[in-house]
Design a protein. Structure first.
Ligand code: FES
Length: 252
């Protein structure tokens, strides 16, 4: 819209320390309309020019750090990755990522997510660790291609805000954590699949996923967490069957 001069943003405001007894509110700001501005530019303009008390996270402004995730008109988005022009004529409603506790305004509490990340053991595991002088663990391009897509996750947590299970099942590790587990399970250098399935292969963890697929739809990096989780379920099923027919250490 060429004659658009300003655009209204309605931003969720809540400070538990200052407003402990007050309900969250929405503050309305009129920002200059710029064709090339992303939503994050408008929020930064508000913080710089109008209200320095507004709290939000961001770092790279290029879809890499994963810290600027928020709800934009009800959808989980990276605010540096969506243009204001796509929301003309406004208003644009900006809220913190849903399914997370709010620390202040648009900043959410990440502690629960960090615990879930640790739970899936997101690192290479093997007993026969070689010394540096023995050289690297080589891997062919085909072996790397097995897990590369899943390694592109930037932990932006848009998938947690999109997933209907995250909020209902506290034990569910969530899309990003499970996709990361599968990333290591598929790595030819890793020997930790058994440990990960043991840690998160339960009814309320891995099997908590009902394959709605919203996580994959909102992922800005095309990681396909839903696909990764279904592959992991297949691995868990094979493990269960092998343990059934070969109880002593089968599948290890
Ligand atoms: Fe880094 Fe948006 S600011 S992903």
């Amino acid at each position: 819209m060429a004659d658009q001069q300003r655009l209204a943003l309605e931003i969720f405001r809540y400070d538990p320390e200052a407003d402990a007894n007050a309900a969250p509110r929405y503050d309305r700001y009129e920002v200059p309309y710029r064709e090339h501005w992303v939503v994050l530019d408008a929020i930064n303009w508000i913080k710089d020019e109008v209200d320095g008390t507004l709290a939000h996270r961001w770092s790279c402004r290029m879809g890499v750090c994963g810290s600027c995730g928020m709800m934009v008109n009800g959808e989980p988005r990276l605010s540096c990755n969506v243009f204001l022009r796509d929301y003309v004529p406004g208003p644009v409603r900006i809220e913190p990522l849903q399914h997370f506790a709010v620390e202040k305004d648009l900043v959410v509490d990440l502690e629960g997510f960090m615990r879930k990340l640790e739970q899936v053991k997101p690192y290479l595991m093997r007993d026969d660790v070689e010394r540096p002088e023995q050289g690297p663990y080589n891997q062919t391009p085909a072996q790397m291609a097995q897990y590369h897509e899943h390694s592109m996750c930037i932990n932006c947590m848009l998938c947690y805000a999109a997933c209907p299970v995250v909020n209902l099942e506290p034990a569910f590790p969530g899309p990003a954590a499970l996709a990361l587990a599968q990333r290591y399970n598929l790595d030819s250098r890793d020997r930790g699949k058994e440990h990960r399935l043991e840690a998160v292969g339960g009814e309320h963890e891995l099997w908590g996923c009902t394959f709605v697929g919203e996580c994959t739809d909102v992922c800005p990096k095309n990681v396909d967490p839903a696909g990764a989780i279904q592959k992991m379920k297949l691995e868990a099923t094979k493990r269960w069957y092998l343990h059934l027919v070969q109880p002593k250490g089968a599948g290890r």
